[in-house]
Ligand binder design. Structure first.
Ligand SMILES: C[S@@+](CC[C@H](N)C(=O)[O-])C[C@H]1O[C@@H](n2cnc3c(N)ncnc32)[C@H](O)[C@@H]1O
Length: 313
């Protein structure tokens, strides 16, 4: 990793990433390894926290909570956190903009978007929050004490969820925060929620799927939205980020899309789903949701992603 830090050119970064990813490839395809992309998002937040303009965008307390969680869970060492905080890492991430334009800084606006959706949803009467593919996200842990009458649920693949639970236990488990370990590619979300004693099927809910749907097949995305509609009450809102489909009909992650599709495949977390923004409304109709562009705010791209907010019909 030292080599990556010392030789910061876009080409060397790609080669270094490919080497790292080749090592990852052999074991990250195994289902018992925690998510690398969730770890990458969390470490990016630590680095973003060192940039004053990004601090203005990031939700209060998120950087400190993420650092604590990464260490307490064993996902990252104190040394790695120190390294993520170093000015060199800002340069490294900024150099990666060549590969994914704007995506590093977009993690800050994505976190702010999701937290705003949760706060607005609670203000509008939601009593349950469900974060799908939560990774090392700290929203539930930070907001649970502030909204003690609201139940916070998180679901992630067991390999990631178990590691996170270790960290949350060390940080102090709030009684209205529930971490659920489930592989949504093999378990039905409806069943997972129905089996949880605190889940209320008819409660107004805010559902968050941040950086998740691109990892699912089209069928799985449909199924996920349908099951969320069947598992939640009237006026539930679903906020998510997605990668748009480009003019050539394939997922559009910017000028290095081909390279990124390859890298994602190499780390065992391939991007599978994208959609044209103008087709999102009709996609969601018929599976229980109405797109509400006004709730999503500005509809422009944030890095390589766009945001969507829909409401249960
Ligand atoms: C890119 S990470 C995003 C993490 C988090 N939402 C964030 O933005 O900080 C994608 C997350 O989805 C989870 N995930 C992917 N496939 C899953 C599945 N089949 N079941 C449960 N979780 C899954 C991964 O474990 C990972 O934590």
């Amino acid at each position: 990793m030292r080599e990556i830090v010392l030789t910061i050119t876009p080409v060397s970064l790609i080669l270094a990433a490919a080497q790292v990813n080749r090592k990852w490839y052999s074991y990250s395809m195994r289902k018992d390894k925690p998510s690398f992309t969730a770890y990458k998002v969390a470490l990016s937040l630590v680095t973003l926290g060192t940039i004053p303009e990004m601090r203005e965008i990031l939700p209060n307390g998120i950087v400190e909570a993420t650092e604590t969680l990464l260490v307490a869970s064993g996902a990252a060492s104190v040394r790695k956190i120190g390294w993520a905080r170093s000015p060199r890492m800002v340069s490294v991430y900024k150099a990666f903009d060549w590969v994914l334009p704007g995506q590093f800084e977009a993690f800050a606006s994505r976190k702010a978007f999701c937290e705003q959706q949760v706060r607005d949803g609670i203000h509008a009467g939601a009593t349950q929050i469900l974060t799908l593919g939560a990774g090392y996200d700290t929203l539930g842990w930070r907001l649970a004490p502030e909204f003690s009458a609201v139940e916070f649920f998180e679901i992630d693949h067991p390999a990631t969820a178990k590691l996170k639970q270790t960290g949350i236990t060390a940080m102090g488990q709030h009684k209205n925060l529930h971490l659920i370990a489930a592989d949504l590619s093999t378990q039905k979300l409806m069943d997972v929620l129905a089996n949880h004693e605190s889940w209320r099927q008819h409660a107004q809910t805010v559902i968050i799927a941040e950086g998740l749907v691109m990892y699912l097949s089209c069928h799985a995305v449909r199924d996920l939205f349908s099951q969320c509609a069947a598992s939640s009450g009237v006026s539930t809102r679903f906020a998510f980020s997605y990668i748009p489909t480009g003019e050539d009909g394939r997922l559009d992650a910017g000028p290095r899309t081909g390279l990124m599709l390859w890298l994602q495949k190499m780390i065992g977390e391939p991007w599978l789903w994208s959609i044209r923004p103008e087709e999102l409304g009709s996609f969601l109709e018929g599976i229980g949701w109405k797109l509400v562009p006004d709730l999503a705010g500005a509809s422009n791209k944030h890095g390589i992603e766009m945001y969507g907010v829909c409401q249960k019909v």
